[in-house]
Ligand binder design. Sequence first.
Ligand SMILES: [Zn+2]
Length: 414
Amino acid sequence: MEGVDLLVRGAGELLTLDHGRPGPVTGEAMRDLRIVPGGAVAVRDGRIRAVGPTAELEARFEARETVDAAGRVVMPGFVDPHTHLVFPATRQGEFEMRCLGKSYEEIARAGGGIRNSARRMREARREDLLDRARRLRRSALRHGTTTLEAKSGYGLATEPEILSLEVIAALDDRGDVVPTFLGAHEVPDEYRDDREGYVRLVVEEMIPAVAARGLARFCDVFCEEGVFSVEQSRRILRAGREAGLAPKLHADELHPLGGAELAAELGAASADHLVRISDAGIAALAATGVPAVLLPGTSFFLGMKDFAPGRRLIDEGVVVALATDLNPGSSMTENMQFILTAACLAYGMTPAEAITAATLNAARAVRLDDEVGSLVPGKRADLLVLDVDDHRLLAYHHGVNHVARVIHHGEIVE
Ligand SMILES: [Zn+2]
């Protein structure tokens, strides 16, 4: 018998998402979770060694340690491909104002919002930023997120942007926290009358500084009316790409500017938000395979009536992924389980489609689909044992944490 470190056995439903080929899935395949009833997973050296029926794996492998799933669901860890994990302070005062009827845009115009965070960021201490980010990362893990993307973007000046990315780097030594440079998140106060000057600062100073330090994998822009135009976004993202940072976009969230089309043109890693995506934008994403990262928690948290056209994006063959958008202004949650429920209700996605969007397709949106997002031999052994025996309960029975065990890099961490 071959020795392995860990055997997870006796899953009622083992959701492998193994479609027999690498890469994300689209259309009807998103409903097929490739379930092995009575399944098991063998783990060695932090990687998946084998996946199959429990009896078969127990006959092949002798495990140092065993986890008995006892008829419950076992699935890949969630991948959260869009978070603003590093920020200087929570903004519950603005939340209270919104509860009393002020809009997010009104609060932003009055100096709240991202610019509020940016002002506080300039006085923030590294230890405090790291402490908050660590606690949120730990909480995300307890809720089943084994891999997450994390953006800078509250610094809005070279030094605090670098500091944010250094905090992200300090959280991670195994490739579980994917860093994105988002210097173009907003225009800071001192550049309100010289937006072009800020774009030049991002292109000529920040991107080279970030790239030289190897601190980011992606470069992101908030492409939106009153923030960065399509033309400015294109310049920033091209400069990032030339420096080795793959493009990502906050696209078509409040107005249909053409952000999705720009993402397709640049071959971006993802186009995110897309509440106001145009018909041409949908066609462009479907044709290029650029993933759409949908953030239903944000529309919900902002009290918006409109949500991204999630159902239509799936039906038209776009690679659809889901994320929390964790941030102190518009989506203060690190819980992907809540996002599944929101996606089912707001978009008309099925629970299975939402699970695919939050694992395999989400991995594609951070270009880690060869590494995480499904239970396939050779991939990282990141898996969850849930306290439910039917995967549909995960989205349906909402507002509670269904994660019973978290196995991360082959180790039982929760
Ligand atoms: Zn965002």
